[in-house]
Design a protein around this ligand. Structure first.
Ligand code: SDX
Length: 427
């Protein structure tokens, strides 16, 4: 494979470098295109444009492959602990026992939140969407930790990262409990990271908390499956906000806002609302299938399709199996799961979906498990954000360590040419 391409524009030939990745993907390096050929490229939604070179996550959309730092998602989801995966994504290797213990201890040291943040949380109306609250509280953390903005050395970086890994789970639990009208409590630093998240969320003030291992292992698996996904919309947002040196908390706050959208992480809430609407409508999946194919109807089959996967989303396959296990272990018979499976079967046999390579994605089945864990639909995307946190942090750290330039795309101007100002009385 040669490492050069030539571009012939108006009989002028320009040499462009080709970059080959470690999984043999090839990219045209256009970093000198404007200088050499006075040209830019345009690519709505960046469907064909790479924003960076990254060593964190590899996806193969055609083969349905997902790996974090070279480890398959199937192995990690079934064998690893979420905190191990967080360490792997952020620092590049699976931790030794000592490294994992230190990470866990350092997180516990930082898991107290200034009581004034509780006042800010309680000032929100109960009806406020949890993603909006989480995004603003994440940005608000800077007020209590101003050193997390100008991060210039490894120690500052480690401290800011650990503060976020420590405090976001508390904020998530408090947002959940406020919605339920429960007192905002801390967990128990004698517990593991995911066990503690479960206790912070589900403990009740009037009875002893008994850990449910089915709940903990379901949460652990879901958090791992959501932990990273290379340059998706919210991660790209974290990287571009971070590239202006806005600081880690502000960058992740922006990522949370981007994830909120129903075409992205907000889809898991939209899926369960869609499945419940179909259930209330007598389970008439065919009606919703035709709505999804009707171009005049804005309705889309939520939880289906993906920018990169043109085959099964490997995470959806794992979550589908886990949904069966969790509902069985918890003794829950939810008709929504059968509707989801029926919809999947119909779509995979429907030419419209087959032609467009639309398969279930990570959001299609995840809400069924969250619902079984008594998590309300408006909290589903918050759980997605909790899982994605180590991925966002890993990409922010990689962008800073690689000293990436500030993100500033160009454009093709299609507006008015030069014209003179006219006095208001003559307009
Ligand atoms: C996530 O990027 C990531 O990695 C994201 C994510 C992560 O881990 O970070 O994986 C998480 O965001 C998963 C996606 C969750 N979103 C949804 O489930 C919402 C429903 N899906 C779609 O809106 C859509 O599939 C997207 C947004 C996910 C992808 O959109 P693209 O790549 O821009 O594709 P497109 O909109 O250009 O669609 C191509 C065709 C169109 O039809 P034609 O114009 O060619 O006739 O497929 C159709 C679309 O109308 N189509 C759908 C559809 N998704 C695409 N038709 C019906 N239902 C759908 N869900």
């Amino acid at each position: 494979m040669n490492n050069k391409a030539t571009l012939n524009i108006n009989n002028k030939v320009h040499d462009l470098d080709l970059i080959t990745g470690s999984e043999n993907e090839v990219a045209l390096d256009i970093s000198k295109l404007r200088l050499d050929a006075n040209l830019i490229t345009i690519d709505a939604g960046f469907k064909n444009t790479g924003s960076c070179q990254s060593a964190i996550t590899f996806l193969d959309g055609e083969k349905g492959i997902l790996r974090y730092r070279g480890y398959s998602i199937e192995e990690l989801a079934n064998k690893a602990d979420f905190l191990e995966v967080a360490y792997l994504l952020i620092f590049g290797e699976l931790p030794t026992k000592q490294q994992l213990e230190k990470l866990s201890d350092d997180i516990k040291e930082r898991s107290i939140i200034d009581e004034d943040l509780r006042i800010i949380l309680n000032s929100y109306p109960k009806s406020a969407h949890p993603m909006g609250i989480l995004s603003s509280l994440t940005s608000g953390l800077v007020a209590f930790d101003p050193s997390a903005v100008d991060i210039d050395d490894d120690e500052d970086m480690y401290d800011a990262i650990l503060n976020l890994l420590a405090k976001i789970p508390v904020l998530v639990a408090w947002v959940y409990r406020r919605r339920k009208g429960l007192p905002l409590e801390y967990g128990d630093t004698s517990l593991g990271y995911v066990e503690n998240i479960a206790k912070m969320m589900f403990q009740r003030p009037n009875k002893e908390y008994i850990q449910n291992q089915t709940v903990v292992s379901a949460l652990n698996k879901l958090l791992i499956l959501h932990a990273d996904h290379e340059q998706n919309c919210s991660t790209s947002t974290v990287r571009i906000v971070g590239s202006s040196y806005a600081g880690l908390f502000a960058s992740v706050s922006a990522g949370i806002s981007a994830l909120w959208g129903r075409l992205h992480g907000g889809a898991n809430q939209a899926v369960i609302e869609m499945l419940e609407a179909i259930n209330e409508d007598g389970g008439d999946t065919k009606k919703y299938m035709s709505k999804a194919k009707d171009k005049s109807d804005p309705f889309r089959l939520m939880g289906f399709g993906h920018r990169v996967y043109k085959n099964f989303d490997p995470r959806a396959k794992i979550i589908k199996v886990a949904a069966d296990e969790v509902l069985k272990n918890l003794g829950i018979d939810d008709p929504i799961l059968d509707i989801a499976k029926g919809l999947e079967k119909e779509a995979l046999e429907d030419q419209y979906f087959v032609d467009r390579k639309l398969y279930p994605n990570v959001d299609f089945y995840s809400g069924i498990i969250y619902k079984a864990l008594d998590i309300p639909a408006e909290m589903f995307t918050v759980m997605f954000a909790l899982g994605r946190l180590p991925g966002w942090v890993a990409h922010w750290r990689e962008m800073r360590l690689r000293k990436e330039p500030i993100g500033r795309p160009r454009q093709v101007y299609i507006g008015e040419n030069l014209r003179s100002f006219s006095d208001i009385n003559s307009r």
